[in-house]
Write a protein that binds this ligand. Structure first.
Ligand SMILES: [Zn+2]
Length: 125
């Protein structure tokens, strides 16, 4: 028995012998599933690579417990209506993805342009 945690969104599911077939959150059309498909982890595995932070700087009556890293952090900040470093990280990630997509488009345009030029010049592919 273990408590499966979705690697993509960080949601933990009830204890089970086997993880669910899919994450309900990640099946929503607004979410995504990584290239490797649905991945699960455990709290112990997460704790090996992340650390918890307890902050008490602004409000003496609240002790927020924050797990370091971006896993689920942006969703937490969005739900708490408190945009911070994780949501900024998502903006950087978004722009990185846009740049990668532009490079892929440019590569494909270059490939098809060179293929067309070779056909016109009588070359073979
Ligand atoms: Zn998920």
């Amino acid at each position: 028995m273990f408590y499966p945690i979705c690697v993509t969104c960080g949601v933990q599911y009830p204890a089970a012998e086997e993880p669910p077939a899919a994450c309900l959150i990640c099946q929503d059309e607004r979410q995504y599933i990584g290239w490797e498909g649905q991945q699960w982890t455990t709290l112990a595995a997460l704790q090996a690579g992340h650390h918890n932070i307890i902050k008490n700087e602004e409000n003496k009556n609240k002790f927020p417990l924050i797990m370091g890293g971006l896993l689920g952090a942006a969703q937490y900040e969005k739900l708490a209506d408190n945009p911070g470093r994780a949501m900024d990280g998502m903006k950087v990630q978004l722009w990185a993805h846009i740049v990668i997509i532009l490079f892929i488009i440019m590569g494909n345009v270059g490939f098809f342009a060179s293929r067309r030029r070779e056909k016109r010049e009588g070359g073979s592919l």
